[in-house]
Design a binder for this molecule. Structure first.
Ligand SMILES: Cc1cc2nc3c(=O)[nH]c(=O)nc-3n(C[C@H](O)[C@H](O)[C@H](O)COP(=O)(O)O)c2cc1C
Ligand code: SF4
Length: 438
């Protein structure tokens, strides 16, 4: 069963100095950069296209195709912006990647910037994770000192500066255009698209925005060849990815495997659902992706199969919930996050998330009515497809999917006039339960 795992990005995470330049070089680091700088930039783009790498930030857009959209010979500066704002509930792969091997991101950024002819790159990192910000600063400083950044990198004639920018901490600043506004010093709210960032991005210039894991996968593709990456995964979802298991699982953590692996396989590697319990529901890709149940244990975790089964691969954040969890309560907690993080730019999301929390809160306390389920679905319907950015669609996913699979559980709260679950039973730390945090 262990053959399911393909540790590449995570291969050296347990080495005490994996985050240093020396540790990264010992593991073969920066060889891909030398190789890339000896290739014409368009060949680098062609290799990333041929690898089939699709964006690891959630949407799954082909990375090489995105790079190919950057107009060449336009006389404008080009920018690379790395999206390191990771903060969706359950999503926790980019932060460990940057902590353990920040140089993989730095090397990937240099190669990506070279390919799109950018001389300035930004890593927009969530400022709340100060230890990661520090580690990135250290890695960038080491790369400058070693001559991997600055002028005439490796005698190639290519110049690149990398700026590590710490964001103030807003989930919406992970949306690529809100991120660009935030980076420019404005309030982090999304822009109307088109124009897409490839045409008018940072400072209205052609810009590639890519996720940390997407960029960190690039050195592997250049070093080992596009074919080696494309040989893993499924027909349309190529390569390996980090699957983050959290919640009611015996051994939570990061499991790197080819796309198309199933939760059943991952759970068997992770020691299964916590002892004495059964799987009730789970998210395939973070809280913005509709929940799955134990019916979906064998769905291949690739973009197409997860979509066909009614959810989205998202960020491969597998949050596992066993039978002790109240789905109404879990959904309420997710919605409190969305209510708090809504940027307020558009009415359906700003008002709708607030309203959903009120209705869910009453339902969870057993003070709702059966009509509340229709009300919730109606509010969701008025957000889905009607909000200004994909945040809105993501926010209603947990509500709509939990009602789809667990309608009876919502109704049970009304019948009993309260929650039928013991909240302490679902905690991993045990202890006595005091009244709701709300
Ligand atoms: C509300 C919201 C939050 C997002 N947060 C992130 C994030 O933290 N990190 C990320 O890489 N992409 C995030 N995205 C997706 C980005 O908009 C964008 O698709 C991604 O950075 C592109 O990189 P990729 O093609 O390499 O995946 C978010 C999208 C939305 C709508
Ligand atoms: S859907 Fe609207 S309010 Fe919600 S985050 Fe996007 S722009 Fe802001």
């Amino acid at each position: 069963m262990t053959s399911v795992l393909t540790p590449e990005l995570t291969a050296h995470w347990d080495e005490p100095d994996s985050f240093t330049l020396a540790g990264y070089r010992r593991a073969g680091g920066y060889q891909a950069l030398s190789k890339a700088l000896a290739m014409p930039p368009d060949e680098v783009i062609a290799a990333v296209k041929a690898s089939g790498l699709r964006g690891r930030g959630g949407a799954g857009f082909p990375t090489g195709v995105k790079w190919g959209f950057i107009p060449q010979g336009d006389g404008k500066p080009h920018y690379l912006v790395v999206n390191a704002d990771e903060s969706e509930p359950g999503t926790c792969k980019d932060i460990p990647t940057m902590l353990a091997t920040p140089h993989a991101l730095v090397e990937g950024s240099i190669i990506a910037a070279y390919a799109i002819r950018a001389n300035l790159a930004f890593i927009y990192v969530r400022g709340e994770v100060l230890h990661v910000v520090r580690r990135l600063h250290q890695a960038v400083a080491e790369a400058y000192e070693a001559g991997y950044l600055g002028s005439d990198i490796g005698g190639s004639g290519f110049d690149l500066e990398i700026v590590v920018h710490a964001g103030a901490g807003a989930y919406e600043c992970g949306e690529e255009t809100a991120l660009l506004d935030s980076l420019e010093g404005h309030r982090g709210q999304p822009r109307l698209k088109p124009p897409f960032p490839a045409i008018a991005g940072l400072y209205a210039c052609p810009t590639v925005v890519n996720n940390v894991e997407s960029i960190a996968s690039v050195p592997y593709i250049i070093e080992r060849g596009a074919g080696s990456f494309a040989a893993l995964g499924t027909e349309k979802s190529k390569g390996f990815g980090i699957f983050s298991l959290s919640g009611h699982v015996t051994t939570p953590g990061q499991y790197e495997a080819p796309l198309g692996v199933t939760l059943r396989e991952l759970l068997s590697l992770a020691g299964g659902v916590r002892a004495g319990h059964q799987l009730k529901f789970w998210t395939p890709g973070g809280s913005s992706t509709p929940i799955f149940t134990d019916e979906h244990l064998d769905v291949p975790l690739d973009f197409e199969s997860v979509g066909a089964a009614g959810s989205m691969l998202g960020t491969r954040a597998l949050q596992i919930f066993d039978e002790t969890t109240c789905v109404v309560r879990a959904t309420l907690r997710w919605m409190e996050f969305y209510e708090h993080e809504s940027c307020g730019k558009c009415t359906p999301c700003r008002e709708g998330t607030f309203w959903i929390v009120q209705v869910l809160d009453a339902l969870e306390r057993g003070e709702g009515s059966e009509g509340d389920l229709d009300k919730l679905l109606d509010i969701c319907d008025n957000i889905l497809g009607r909000a200004f950015c994909p945040f809105g669609d993501g926010a209603v996913s947990p509500v709509m999917s939990s009602i789809k699979y667990f309608r009876d559980e919502f109704i049970e709260h009304n019948k009993r006039g309260g929650c039928p679950f013991d909240p302490a039973a679902s905690t991993l730390f045990g202890g006595s339960w005091r009244s709701s945090s709300r």
